[in-house]
Ligand binder design. Structure first.
Ligand code: MN
Length: 504
């Protein structure tokens, strides 16, 4: 049931004026949707409340939460934009209006898919919060999908898998990403869902006791080497990601070592490595399964150390080591950064790109520019920001204008055949894409397809393109590629490869 106090308490210690804002939005939305019902028969306002609650749980601030409460007032409750602006100001009107526009896009096959994605990114370029509110809205709609007419369920679930879940992943909002995937899974792939569900159940039954025993031994062993401030928990692989992995492992669950994993949360980065050393000293690790995502974070900025060890009683278990901070970042991603900066006081300015400032090195730090980089900056944002330092010197207002222009308009967002997003400079080629995925793919790129059609390797990529690289073992980089590639990374890799061939 909708409960204002619950929402306020989720927001933590907020100011009285922020409290008043959330309360006003709550009452306004409740009144606006009065008498309306969801397909489930419950009051429509419950959906607005749940959306706002998801945002608060994600760590978003009072402005986003208020916009979450109000997100359907323009479209479904006949509230005029002028009224919303008068009551709540420009910033909230902007958020609600953008979320409404985003909601009017629907996925109908490939062509519309691309168009929708392009629009999604345009909206996102104006304020990342728009996208996050939309994700919360979609999450609650997915939680209540069983009440929607059956003929619509498939489309909504497919759209969720194709668009929203990958975007949540991209924003490192793993918790939302996982829930969206698992909720959509049975609607899009019903048979596969049942198969995986019973496979997992069987596996869990077999391994739970074993894992429990291993966990106790682990805590004891770590304590002996001085690691007492830790906690562990067991993580069961989500149904959808298990299914994806099984497809790569001939559907043999014996070949998936991380169905159940033991997670160890330690109190510092140093302790991650200390724990790893201790664990390898006691349990023999499986060769080739040690992954240091602290030194080499995943493209979505996931950090942690994974290793797989023999438990000694015939079992094999994956162990994941991370700090509390890495854990929070992995679950909540970009939302966890946005929260701090959001306050009513930011007012009109937030309409622009001030929210971005926290991601950008130097801004918001001391004036002489010697401030250290914000370590919490997601890598993909940092890469773009790094190329912006010149602009920064030209003064803030201009900077933000240029930033707005540069940040997204000079990037293209393209997709792997699996739906992963890759962002590249404008006019980037399939070769840039190939190297962005993996050096091996770039080094053996023999051809490329865009949206299923063969194209030449110097084709300029457009927003929303689905790019596939045809890998040939015999293919090698050549110097002509340097004439059209745009990323420094690809240039560097091509030169390296060309030099290596020359020396042979
Ligand atoms: Mn909604």
């Amino acid at each position: 049931m909708a409960d204002l106090n619950q929402l306020i308490s989720l927001l933590g210690g907020i100011s009285d004026s922020d409290k008043a804002l959330v309360e006003k939005a709550y009452k306004f939305a409740e009144k606006a949707h009065e008498g309306q019902k969801r397909f489930s028969g419950e009051p429509y306002f419950n959906h607005c409340f749940e959306t706002a609650k998801i945002l608060a749980e994600q760590g978003m601030g009072p402005v986003s939460v208020a916009a979450g409460l109000l997100h359907d007032t323009l479209e479904d409750a006949n509230i005029k934009p002028e009224e919303l602006e008068k009551e709540f100001g420009k910033e909230i009107l902007f958020l609600v209006d953008s979320v409404t526009k985003l909601g009017q896009l629907h996925y109908h096959g490939v062509e519309r898919h691309i168009e929708s994605l392009r629009k999604l990114f345009v909206a996102m370029s104006q304020d990342l919060r728009v996208l996050i509110i939309k994700l919360a809205d979609r999450l609650h709609n997915m939680r209540t999908l069983q009440y929607v007419q059956p003929e619509k369920q498939g489309r909504i679930a497919a759209e969720t898998l194709q668009i929203y879940a990958p975007l949540a992943y991209r924003l490192s909002m793993r918790k939302i990403n996982r829930e969206l995937e698992n909720l959509a899974f049975p609607y899009v792939f019903p048979e596969e869902y049942e198969t995986i569900k019973s496979l997992l159940k069987q596996r869990e039954k077999e391994s739970a006791a074993q894992l429990e025993k291993f966990s106790r031994a682990m805590i004891k062993t770590l304590a002996k080497s001085g690691l007492t401030k830790i906690h562990t928990d067991t993580r069961v692989k989500s149904l959808f990601s298990l299914w994806r992995k099984l497809q790569r492992k001939n559907m043999e669950i014996e070949n998936v070592y991380d169905v159940l994993a033991l997670r160890i949360i330690v109190s510092s980065l140093e302790d991650c490595y200390k724990a790893l050393g201790t664990i390898h000293g006691h349990w023999r690790p499986l060769p080739g399964r040690i992954k240091d995502y602290i030194a080499f974070p995943k493209p979505n900025d996931y950090k942690g150390i994974h290793t797989t060890v023999f438990t000694g009683d015939g079992g094999i278990v994956e162990v994941q080591i991370r700090t509390e901070e890495m854990h929070r970042q992995a679950e909540y991603g970009v939302a966890s950064h946005l929260a701090f900066k959001e306050s009513k006081k930011a007012g009109e300015k937030t309409l622009g790109l001030l929210w971005l400032a926290q991601f950008i090195p130097f801004i918001g730090k001391n004036k002489n520019g010697t401030a250290e980089e914000n370590k919490e900056v997601p890598n993909w944002i940092k890469q773009i920001a790094d190329s912006q330092t010149e602009l920064l010197k030209s003064g803030t207002d201009e900077y933000f204008d240029n930033m707005q222009a540069d940040f997204f308009q000079h990037r293209v967002f393209v997709f792997t055949p699996k739906g992963d997003v890759v962002d590249l400079p404008i006019d980037a080629s399939p070769i840039d894409f190939a190297f962005a995925i993996h050096s091996d793919i770039g080094n053996h790129a023999g051809g490329a397809k865009i949206n299923g059609k063969l194209v030449s390797l110097d084709t300029k990529l457009k927003n929303g393109d689905i790019v596939e690289i045809l890998v040939k073992e015999s293919a090698r980089p050549n110097t002509k590629w340097l004439n059209f590639v745009k990323t420094n990374f690809a240039k560097k890799k091509i030169r390296e490869a060309v030099n290596a061939i020359g020396k042979r």
